[in-house]
Design a protein around this ligand. Structure first.
Ligand SMILES: [Zn+2]
Length: 142
């Protein structure tokens, strides 16, 4: 899939440049937020959260074929382009940790959730590839 600078990272919609930000005309994703926050989590932190059975959701935003190839047990799959329509199925008060192959798509997805009233959203740095490399070597890499 190819992206260019005028396409929305979430829905492939059209980005409309404004005064301080570039906003998607379809899903309202803000491409360049005025205020950036740190919202990543690394594999060790995620492992700790899983081990201590913290209450959170791993949201996989990859495509269906990627998810069937390899996934983190218990994760919920909502491919990126379905996120806009399915966002209301997610609990805004729960910690959501987004996941993709290497972390790029997931970072946009987490930012999108934060822009849409989610109290706590983070993305897994390095994605499932880092997870397979550092935490669970039994997982298939692609
Ligand atoms: Zn969009």
């Amino acid at each position: 899939m190819e992206f260019n600078s005028f396409q929305c990272r979430i829905c492939n919609g059209k980005l409309v440049p404004g005064l301080n930000e570039v906003r998607c005309s379809n899903c309202n994703f803000i491409e360049h937020p005025v205020k950036e926050t740190n919202f990543k989590i690394n594999t060790d932190e995620l492992k700790r959260k899983i081990s201590s059975r913290e209450d959170f959701l791993v949201l996989d935003v990859r495509e269906k074929w990627e998810h069937s190839l390899v996934n983190i047990s218990g994760s919920v799959l909502i491919p990126m382009r379905e996120l806009k329509d399915k966002i209301n199925s997610l609990d805004k008060n729960k910690l959501i940790i987004t996941l993709c192959h290497r972390g790029v798509r997931a970072s946009y997805a987490a930012r999108y959730l934060l822009q849409n009233g989610f109290k706590n959203a983070k993305y897994l740095e390095g994605g499932i590839d880092a997870w397979a490399n550092k935490i669970d070597n039994s997982l298939r890499r692609y």
